[in-house]
Design a protein around this ligand. Structure first.
Ligand code: ATP
Ligand code: MG
Length: 477
């Protein structure tokens, strides 16, 4: 049980100590006050959740303290204690919002019980508040990380579309954040307190899809021993998120179209239709137009779904998002795994930014999680060598080529330096290149100027795919 600070306001030091002993025995922290004024100050300073206050105080009435404390914090469990138990003052205390009322002398266990109950309630209130904050936070837009233009535009699209009931089609490669966007739409809409039902159309066996979607009535088929609500009905009032819509079997597509268009469904084996009110969000990593052209997706359904399209570009087309994403994911991973936060070294960051991430954000999450698991607790930084090996491959390829190209020829030191700079300027920041060459950054800059090698672009801002002169070993998407 969490320890609470409990304020005890009582002018009589003997009975105050008695109560304090009981409170401490229950694992809480007693804080004593001899007067109302002193007690109120403590309540405000300590942000106390539980108060045990005597009705009769030298400077003011306990009932005044009760009122003042509740004004400061309506969640306080305020327990009034009196030596002349009268029904009148008990009733008045209740009316003013006291949590409990005890008359001296206490029955055995009476004080303990009151404190335990108050502490249970404090815990519940606290958990409730956490839950509310978490829901609010989880879908706060600050959870969608990215400073690139496309991400900023997507955030403003989400804000616009969440206010409507419009069907939304979210497209993008695997791991780009389609589900994250779907949740953001739902939790920022007026339907936020209603269900969000997520259905992965590719994961449900084809022969079960229809009954899963629309539900069934008893006796609809062998094995239908009762009535069952379908996923459409489950999401009534809220949002139905049909993920991997491209996997929806052709033969079921007209039925889904009808349900969406008419906003009503008929369970299998049922006679009556059920009217629904729901918002549909669908997502796919397929190109639905191509699917339509290939005859795998019904044109009418495609047009009905493609009312409002949010397309999330792959990470390689918005490399500026990599750094903030890495920071965000790394911080969360350290926190979730109870590991001390380690800064990411500049070189490691360069390597991360240089990678094309065919598996998009999810692949960054996996790579960093792997790094964290293997990271030596004693290290101060997450360094290049701590990153998964596959990230190294692109740079190693360049290193091999450099050795091949430079060793085959008798190069002067200057020529060697020049080739070195040209080969590695995309992989390392200037400070690191200067360090490897054993020259200072100013000399590097002068050499660059002399050879006309002034940098055109900032490191890493070029999409990796344009770098066609460099053979790239990267895992398959
Ligand atoms: N812009 C972003 N900011 C923060 N986290 C993100 C962002 N984009 C994706 N993520 C995170 O990356 C992971 C993958 O995202 P999500 O599951 O939404 O992708 P998806 O497009 O649905 O992938 P798939 O097609 O594989 O189902 C999630 O943990 C998600 O929170
Ligand atoms: Mg997904």
């Amino acid at each position: 049980m969490p320890e609470n600070s409990i304020i005890i306001i009582n002018p009589d030091s003997e009975s105050r100590d008695q109560i304090a002993k009981t409170v401490a025995g229950l694992g809480h922290k007693p804080m004593n006050a001899g007067s109302g004024k002193e007690g109120l100050q403590l309540i405000l300073d300590e942000e106390a959740q539980i108060v045990l206050c005597d009705l009769n105080l030298p400077d003011t009435a306990g009932l005044n303290i009760l009122q003042e404390s509740l004004k400061a914090n309506p969640d306080i469990a305020f327990i009034l204690i009196t030596s002349e138990g009268t029904l009148d003052s008990a009733l008045q205390a209740r009316r003013l919002g006291a949590y409990d009322y005890l008359a001296r002398p206490f029955q055995p266990g009476e004080l303990e019980n009151a404190v335990q109950r108050a502490s249970e309630r404090t815990k519940l209130l606290y958990e409730n508040r956490l839950l509310k904050e978490e829901i609010g936070l989880r879908y706060d837009f600050s959870r969608i990380i990215g400073k690139s233009r496309p991400i900023q535009e997507i955030i403003s699209l989400i804000k616009k579309v969440s206010l409507t009931k419009s069907t939304v089609l979210i497209t993008g490669e695997s791991g780009t954040g389609k589900e994250l966007v779907a949740k953001a739409i739902h939790y920022n809409s007026r339907r936020a307190s209603k269900p969000l039902v997520v259905v992965n159309c590719g994961a449900i066996p084809e022969n079960l899809l229809e009954s899963e979607m629309f539900g069934y009535r008893k006796g609809a088929f062998t094995g239908a021993t009762g009535n069952r609500r379908g996923l459409f009905e489950e999401s009534n009032g809220g949002t139905l998120f049909l993920d991997e819509i491209g996997e929806l079997p052709l033969q079921l597509q007209p039925k889904i179209l009808r349900a969406i268009q008419e906003e009503e469904i008929r369970p299998l084996g049922g006679n009556e239709s059920i009217k629904l009110d729901l918002r549909i969000i669908v997502a796919t990593n397929k190109n639905l137009e191509e699917e339509v052209a290939a005859g795998r997706f019904r044109e009418e359904l495609y047009y009905r779904l493609n009312v409002f399209n949010i397309h999330i570009p792959p990470l390689r087309e918005r490399p500026d998002d990599i750094e903030p994403l890495v920071h965000h994911i790394w911080r969360n991973l350290c926190q979730q795994n109870n590991r001390t936060f380690r800064e990411i070294s500049p070189n490691a960051m360069v390597m991360l930014k240089n990678f094309p991430w065919p598996g998009n954000v999810r692949e960054i999450e996996n790579a960093l999680e792997q790094s964290l698991l293997l990271l030596d607790e004693r290290k101060i930084f997450l360094e290049e060598e701590d990153l998964p090996l596959f990230l190294e491959q692109r740079i190693s390829e360049r290193k091999r080529r450099f050795i091949r190209d430079s060793l085959g020829h008798a190069l002067s030191l200057d020529e060697y330096t020049k080739v070195f700079i040209q080969t590695f300027e995309k992989d390392y920041p200037d400070t690191e290149i200067a360090r490897m060459l054993g020259i200072n950054p100013k000399t590097l800059w002068e050499k660059r100027k002399k050879w006309g090698l002034v940098k055109k672009r900032k490191v890493r801002s070029a999409p990796a795919t344009q770098d066609q002169s460099q053979p790239v070993d990267s895992p398959e998407a």
